[in-house]
Each structure stands twice: as C-alpha cells, then as structure tokens.
Design a protein around this ligand. Structure first.
Ligand code: BJ8
Length: 382
C-alpha cells in the first residue's frame, strides 16, 4: 500500500469544478468540443479558442441504453460512450452533466465499431469526423493527414469565428508538451522500487487527462510529483507489472484493482490512458502543422498497420520499468488489440518476459475468474 497521498483528492474533486468552468465558458460563447481519441489534436482545438473534453465511456450503467440501438457484441467502450450521449440527450437519469455542454463532437476514423457508432451519433450531436490513413509509415500518409488536420482547422475556425495562427498553434504545442513533460516526470518516479504510488491511483489520475483543462491537470500533476518525490514507500513490493492494451476510460478500473488486490504492483501502462498519450512530444522547432501531423501519426494504436513501433515500445518499457510480467488487456470484441497480442507476446517471450492475456467488459461477472488467473500469474512470476 502506498501512503495516503494528499494530492490525489485534487483529482477526485475536480469533476464539479470542471463542469462549473465549462458552464461559465459557454456563457461567454466559448465552444466546447467532445472527443473520443488521442488522434484528434487538442492543440488545434485550443488554438481556435475552443475547449475540449473527452467522452470515452468506462461506465457499465450507460451500456443497456446503448444496446437498444447498437449490437450487444461490440466493444464496451463504444457502447458506454454512445449510451452516455443518448441518455443525456433524451433526458435520461444517468447523470452525465458534461454531455449537454458539448457543442460539437470531433470523432476520428479508427476502428470499425467507432466509425459506425459516430454515424448514429449525428442524430444526437453535431459530429465532425477526422479521417486517418491506416498505414501511417509512408510520406503519402503524412501528406494526407496534414491535409486532414488543415481541413479540421478550417472547420474549427468556422465554428469559433477565430483564425488559427501559426503563433497560436505553436503556443498550444508548447503547452501540450509541458503537460507531457510533467507526465514523464510522474512516470519516471514510478521506476523506483518500491514504487511510490499504486497503478490504480495513477490510472484514476490519467483518466482526467483529457477531461480537465490543461492548466488544472498540470497543477494536479505538479502537486502529485512534488509529493511523490518525498514519499518513502514501504509497500508496493509485489511483482512489478506492466499493463498493455486497450484504454481504460473513466469508470473502468476493474483489472488494475484486481491485480493490486492480488498483490501485483502496476508500474507502467502502455495504453491511451498511459504512455501512449504523452511519451512523444511535438517538435517545437519546425513548421507546427507538419510537426503535428508527424507526431500524431506516430501514436502506436493497433488500428494502424503495421504497428511495429508499438511492439518495440512495449519491450522497451518492460525493460525500463523492470517489470516481471505484462498483463495484456483487451476490451471484449476489440479485434485490433486482441489480434496484435500475438506479436506482443512473441516479442516479450524473446526477452523472457511472460504475458497474461485478459479480455473483459465492464461487467462484474468475470471478476472472480480474472482474480484466479491473475493470482496464478503472480505466483508464477514472483
Ligand atoms: S488511439 S486505442 S483512443 S482508437 S473503441 S480500438 S478498444 S474496439 S479506443 Fe482508441 Fe484512439 Fe486507438 Fe487510443 Fe478497440 Fe474499442 Fe475500438 Fe478502442
């Protein structure tokens, strides 16, 4: 157990504060954008004078309402996100007060389930879709994505009535890089053995990354890092674990909670609620548009092919954080991450690092069974 960290309530109490901030911004005519994915460049949204919050759902209670329109056998993140929107737009009772504050959703063409869900979403909220090349490694892909982000910038200019200057974009790139550098600092602290903070605590913090304003989030991370630098942890001494795979959106902490209950110590997450969101900075010294296109196409998401850089990064992280094993987490019906697991497993095996694959949804019915498998895995690697 890590000691009770004084800076964590800042994040726990931030929801209401953020809602009040968004309400106040809307009164001043500031547009609020809802997003679902790391591929949508925040820098462009902020440079246009708009604000943004992430809408990815990790709650189980918004799924039944989504299943009235969507098939049951698709990814729970898609169903949960969609359910929250339709519940809020149809006057439901599930309490998602941030959704009515959204002016426009900016979606992205990643997995099939999301793309098709976005088509249905347009019945509830105005939705703009940013297209993505699927083979990001080529110069043609970069050119195409550059044209897509410029098109998106024009859309934001029309929406807000503000011109996005290169200067404004550079300012937002620096701001976003500052957030990323703070997260580098936080994650570097987790390399200590024993780790000064539990993985489930870091996950709950990271789930706020794209919900809070950048200033609020940075303030919280700075406080947390300052505190962790002085923490002497006597706990967190079990086998060091890396989680890799699908994002864990706010409301979903099931698997990390189980791992920790069974004595594992999560020290790093290779996911969009972990390192994928911040490891790479945007180059501040070149043309800001090209720098953005380059950086965003480097996001190692399993929706891209081939995705060699993700495999290499997982091995690198496993060594850097000195992990004993990797828990590979797939949301049910997420074929991209599920299939990519085999390549990850083979690469880790070469390094002698074992992998436990867990596929799960947002329900509780598999909690016990996952617990048994995690326990056996931890015993094996202890
Ligand atoms: S950059 S991981 S946030 S697409 S919704 S792909 S879990 S089946 S969320 Fe994602 Fe952007 Fe990639 Fe990250 Fe699978 Fe579910 Fe699709 Fe998902």
């Amino acid at each position: 157990m890590s000691p009770t960290l004084q800076s964590l309530p800042f994040f726990q109490d931030s929801y209401e504060l953020r809602i009040a901030q968004l309400q106040e911004e809307r009164k001043r005519g500031i547009k609020v954008i809802g997003t679902f994915c790391l591929y949508v460049p925040d820098e462009i949204i902020f440079a246009s004078g708009a604000d943004r919050i992430v809408l990815c759902g990790g709650r189980a209670d918004t799924i039944p309402v989504a299943e009235q329109s969507l098939p049951r056998n698709i990814c729970p993140l898609i169903k949960s996100s969609f359910g929250a929107v339709i519940d809020a737009c149809c006057g439901g009772s599930l309490a998602c007060p941030h959704i009515p504050l959204i002016d426009v959703v900016v979606a992205e063409a990643t997995c099939d389930g999301k793309k098709k869900m976005y088509e249905l979403l347009t019945d509830y909220l105005p939705t703009y879709v940013l297209d993505l090349p699927q083979k990001p490694g080529s110069p043609e892909a970069r050119e195409y994505f550059l044209s897509e982000i410029r098109k998106f910038a024009r859309f934001m200019e029309q929406l807000t009535g503000n011109i996005i200057t290169d200067e404004a974009l550079r300012r937002e790139i620096r701001s976003s890089n500052a957030t990323k550098r703070l997260l580098h600092r936080l994650f570097a602290l987790r390399k200590s053995d024993p780790s000064p903070i539990r993985g489930s605590e870091v996950l709950r913090v990271m789930q706020k990354q794209f919900f809070l304003s950048p200033d609020m989030f940075r303030k919280g991370i700075s406080l947390l890092c300052d505190e962790l630098e002085h923490v002497v942890s006597s706990g967190n001494t079990g086998p060091r674990i890396m989680i890799s795979g699908c994002p864990m959106a706010a409301g979903n902490t099931k698997v990390p909670d189980i791992i920790e209950q069974k004595g594992g110590v999560i020290v790093v997450e290779e996911s969009c609620t972990g390192t994928r969101s911040f490891l790479d900075l945007v180059d501040e010294d070149v043309d800001p548009w090209k720098a953005l296109a380059e950086r965003y196409l480097e996001i190692p998401c399993a929706c891209m092919t081939p995705n060699d850089q993700r495999i290499a990064r997982i091995v690198e992280l496993a060594k850097e954080y000195n992990v004993r094993g990797v828990v590979y987490y797939t949301l049910q019906f997420c074929h991209a991450y599920n299939i990519e697991r085999l390549r990850v497993q083979k690469a880790l095996k070469k390094e002698g690092i074992p992998l436990l694959a867990i596929e799960s949804d947002y329900g509780e019915s598999d909690t016990e069974q996952i617990g048994i498998r995690v326990e056996a895995f931890l015993e094996m690697i202890a």
